[in-house]
Design a protein around this ligand. Structure first.
Ligand code: HEM
Length: 126
């Protein structure tokens, strides 16, 4: 694909349904992670409403939406948690399930994973 056709696309944020589309994915993701006994111990002291707001903000910004992420860096947010690659993979599985449930098209799912995947080294092992 030539650069021009890429640039003329609407932001991924709009293509997945904007604020409501992102919120549906984030709600589904956090719900699934919170219900997973392999992962939910990590969130014992976390303010889930804050987390929900910040993850929405960050995804919005990362997908080219109008938001400005106001949270901590990925390294700082996950520091002290010693998250493993295995835990990151489980988290991504929940993300895919949440995207499927929210009806996100597979080409958009791939694009979202391509944005979040590179954050792995900032999340794992901090
Ligand atoms: C690319 C993947 C990820 C993204 C984009 C992401 C995003 C975020 C954001 C935006 C915050 C809030 C930052 C703040 O408080 O300022 C956060 C916090 C947190 N994340 Fe992630 N995260 C990811 C992966 C993971 C994984 C794999 C886990 C664990 C399995 C995890 C566990 C947590 C926990 C426990 C907190 C709250 C820490 C606290 O209470 O201070 N995150 N994450």
């Amino acid at each position: 694909a030539c650069q021009h056709s890429v640039r003329s696309e609407r932001p991924l944020y709009d293509q997945v349904g904007g604020e409501a589309g992102v919120a549906a994915v984030v709600d589904g993701l956090l719900h699934r992670v919170h219900g997973d006994s392999r992962l939910n111990g990590l969130f014992e002291t976390t303010d889930l409403e804050d987390l929900r707001r910040l993850v929405n903000e960050q995804l919005c910004e990362a997908l080219g939406g109008p938001c400005v992420y106001s949270g901590r860096s990925m390294e700082d947010a996950h520091s002290g948690l010693a998250i493993t690659d295995q835990e990151f993979d489980w988290f991504v599985e929940h993300l895919v399930a949440a995207m499927n449930h929210a009806g996100v098209q597979s080409k958009h799912q791939s694009a979202i994973l391509a944005v979040l995947g590179p954050m792995r080294p900032q999340v794992v092992g901090q």
